[in-house]
Design a protein around this ligand. Structure first.
Ligand code: FCB
Length: 544
């Protein structure tokens, strides 16, 4: 009989934790280090009452049902069917079939004991023409039923209006986010959501990661419409130096108009809050040189503040104005008034910390393979961002090349946002771990001790930032179950639940059981959070 069938899953987990072949066992045996001692064991009860713990998903990544019940094609539906755009030619046509299995999935979410569930609305499912008029009743019923079923189980819906999937018709008609016309169409979409769901939704996110969306769609050509220009890539159309700035400008104005509408017409009756979510990478200087420290400031401005500064202060970051010429769009005085203070909270998706290297005074030619392409250009803030130094990664690798495990980055990014935005309320709207494909042996696949250690370590640093005053209101794990991970397809797995691609059956990993216990304030295994922190910090430090 195999060892896996002889042992219960919890004793097997313990066995693996204590086996000397396992990195955690090494960490347990080797004892503490500085950081470990500073951090107390993190528990749910260390977070304030009302703090929302949740899981997050997005429509295109899980729903499938590509053309069912009146839904039209989205930009992603079309993009994935073009050769070479996605690993293995994977598509989201079926995804995890959440459209048909959502009740089962809500039961699963409920079984975790979360307070909230973050999901997004497929624009082309509720407005197949992209515009107001022709509301698809079946689409409205689908999301209404999700919301009702969550509330029945005491789970708060945390709704992202737009998570990257726009109706293809808007792309064909006027070029999607490159055209200011999309601003009003987005407002109509948002209004349709407020009208139909707002009586039951308290938390709204207008747009998921406008900064990453602009980069991937219009700078690197990795997301639809696949635009880019050299040195970022050889796409058939696009201008990587200017288009990301235009797309972001339209997304920010679309957000601000939707937010104004919500605040004037819905918020007084419905009483919810509205915010935006940014892809929030932390940066550390490549060397101790002052120029690299300046590069860190530019990288943060070029990434996080690019979206948040206009929405809080009414204009792009001064750092960006300094190094961009006329290509950085300008807000009119009316637009500044509109956009300023247009968020109730700041959403941070935090996955990665990278080194930042100055490219103003040093050479960062694109031929330097260590640097991501374009470091020597204004669109990248004249910063080369790199995940490694001297051939050594900044943290343990994961399933995505730039997402190394650096738990201290959570505290650092929260502190940065706290200080820059006067401690406006924040949510960690995504944080998660994907297994490196080569490590998907049986142990790592279901008994995912590294994912557990990841969350414990990141939560410990989040708790420390909060003890030091950061006003963070919630934490969402990415993600509930393995899903369609954009251009990586199904190869990259972030889920608490694995999904069998043939049967689409969901199976809990050890991390799902750990989260359930964490949320009940039960210590589920012998691995203390601080040991997890020690493990990850050891990985980062040992290699410096
Ligand atoms: C974020 C996206 C999310 C998911 C994670 C891994 O940037 O918001 O949809 O793909 O990365």
């Amino acid at each position: 009989m195999k060892v896996t069938t002889m042992l219960s899953s919890s004793s097997l987990l313990l066995f693996i934790l204590l086996s000397s072949a396992n990195p955690y066992a090494r960490a347990l045996q080797e004892g503490g280090n500085g950081i470990e001692e500073e951090l107390e064991d993190v528990k749910r009860s260390d977070f304030p009452t009302g703090f929302l713990f949740g899981v997050a998903t997005s429509s295109y990544q899980i729903e499938g049902a590509i053309l069912e019940d009146g839904k039209s094609l989205s930009n992603w539906d079309v993009f994935v069917h073009k050769n070479g755009n996605v690993n293995n030619g994977d598509t989201g046509d079926i995804a995890t079939d959440h459209y048909h299995r959502y009740l089962e999935d809500i039961e699963t979410i409920h079984s975790l004991g979360v307070d909230a569930y973050r999901f997004s609305i497929s624009w082309s499912r509720i407005l197949p023409n992209g515009k107001l008029g022709g509301v698809n009743a079946a689409g409205i019923m689908f999301y209404s039923s999700i919301i009702d079923n969550l509330l029945l189980r005491g789970i708060q819906p945390f709704v992202t209006i737009h998570h990257w999937d726009i109706p293809q018709v808007l792309s064909d008609e006027y070029g999607g986010w490159l055209n200011p016309l999309i601003q009003d169409d987005f407002v109509h979409f948002a209004e349709t959501c407020f009208k139909n769901f707002g009586d039951r939704v308290r938390y709204w996110v207008t747009i998921n990661e406008p900064n990453l969306a602009a980069d991937f769609a219009y700078e690197r050509g990795k997301h639809p419409p696949g635009h880019c220009s050299p040195p970022f890539g050889n796409c058939s159309a696009g201008n990587s130096d200017t288009e990301p700035l235009i797309a972001m400008h339209n997304m920010l104005l679309a957000h601000a108009k939707a937010s104004k509408l919500y605040r004037e017409q819905f918020q007084p009756k419905q009483g919810g809050v509205i915010g935006i979510v940014v892809h929030a990478i932390m940066y550390e200087p490549f060397t101790d040189d002052e120029h690299d420290k300046e590069a860190v400031k530019r990288a943060l401005a070029n990434n996080v503040a690019w979206a948040f500064d206009p929405l809080v202060f009414g204009d792009y970051p001064p750092e960006m104005r300094r190094y961009h010429r006329n290509e950085l769009p300008k807000f009119t005085p009316e637009e500044r008034l509109l956009i300023r203070d247009s968020i109730d909270f700041l959403g941070l998706n935090h996955y990665a910390t990278l080194y930042a290297k100055d490219c103003i005074r040093s050479s960062c030619a694109s031929s330097d393979s260590a640097c991501a392409p374009g470091g020597d250009r204004a669109i990248c803030g004249f910063v080369c961002t790199i995940a490694e130094r001297g051939g050594v990664l900044i943290g343990e690798p994961t399933g995505l090349p730039t997402f190394s495990v650096v738990p201290r980055g959570m505290e650092e990014i929260v502190d940065y946002v706290k200080n820059r935005y006067h401690n406006k309320p924040m949510f960690i709207t995504e944080n998660g771990y994907s297994t490196p494909p080569q490590q998907e042996q049986v142990d790592d696949f279901q008994l995912d001790v590294k994912r557990i250690a990841f969350h414990k370590a990141y939560l410990a640093f989040l708790a420390r930032a909060m003890r030091n005053g950061a006003d963070v209101r919630g934490y969402f794990v990415w993600t509930l179950m393995d899903d369609f991970e954009w251009s990586s397809g199904y190869d990259v797995k972030f889920g608490f639940y694995s999904v069998d691609r043939a049967t689409l059956n969901r199976t809990p990993r050890s991390s799902a059981k750990w989260y359930r216990n964490f949320l009940r304030n039960i210590s589920s295994d012998s691995m203390k959070p601080r040991t997890a922190v020690a493990f990850w910090s050891k990985v980062g430090r040992a290699e410096e």
